[in-house]
Design a protein around this ligand. Structure first.
Ligand SMILES: Cc1cc2nc3c(=O)[nH]c(=O)nc-3n(C[C@H](O)[C@H](O)[C@H](O)COP(=O)(O)O)c2cc1C
Length: 193
């Protein structure tokens, strides 16, 4: 893969909140994503991040219905027609002395890129209902749910745009295209020595 192909993969791997109804995502699909995620860098190589895979329809629906989708959109709710097909839960193992926030970010990026390369789309969700998770799944005391990742087949048009005047709020156009402003290089490089 050359630079342009890699950049294009990153550009097209976007947070997705509208999924194709009843698309099949299997446990094996999720494991393929984790086969990539488990290879990512980890502070002191301690690898404290653990995972729970959720593909059962009723559990996926409950997780999707209780999470907060697109906090910036007060007038939009994900409908039952747009639900994801699966979830991956990321957990921090407190018995392992690591740097879980960074490791989780690295892992998520790998999952997102691997998903895109397999025709899937994801949404990382800090708003996953952690109490619900502990009711639905067996989670040992040393494991804290950090984030949920919705997985499905995307069904929306998403476009990156340059952030203007420091405004990074995502928005939708009249034709429902979802626009995601990203700060430009000159807005984020604070020095060149
Ligand atoms: C740590 C983290 C938590 C997030 N939690 C949520 C969430 O609970 N609900 C949601 O709809 N989007 C969530 N997102 C998605 C962000 O809103 C999204 O990354 C942002 O709008 C930029 O879009 P992009 O990922 O396509 O670049 C989260 C993203 C990150 C990195």
């Amino acid at each position: 893969m050359n630079y342009d192909e890699l950049k294009s993969l990153v550009q097209s791997s976007r947070t997705t909140r509208r999924f194709k109804k009843d698309a099949k995502v299997t446990n094996e699909d999720l494991k393929e994503l984790l086969e990539v995620a488990r290879l990512t860098s980890s502070a002191k190589n301690m690898q404290p991040i653990k995972y729970i895979l959720v593909t059962k329809k009723e559990e996926v629906l409950q997780l999707a219905q209780t999470a907060a989708w697109a906090a910036h959109f007060k007038e939009w709710e994900q409908s039952d027609e747009e639900r994801p097909s699966a979830f991956i839960l990321m957990l921090n193992d407190r018995m392992i002395d690591g740097y879980p926030l960074f490791d989780a970010g690295a892992s998520f990026t790998a999952i997102s890129l691997a998903a895109k390369s397999k025709g899937l789309a994801v949404c990382p969700m800090a708003s996953i209902d952690k109490e619900l998770c502990s009711k639905l799944f067996v989670i040992p005391d040393n494991l804290d749910v950090m984030i949920g990742i919705a997985v499905g087949i995307g069904n929306e048009t998403i476009q990156l745009v340059d952030a203007k005047a420091g405004d990074t709020n995502y928005y939708r156009l009249e034709d429902e295209t979802h626009c995601v402003p990203k700060r430009t290089l000159d807005q984020i490089i604070m020095g060149e020595y």
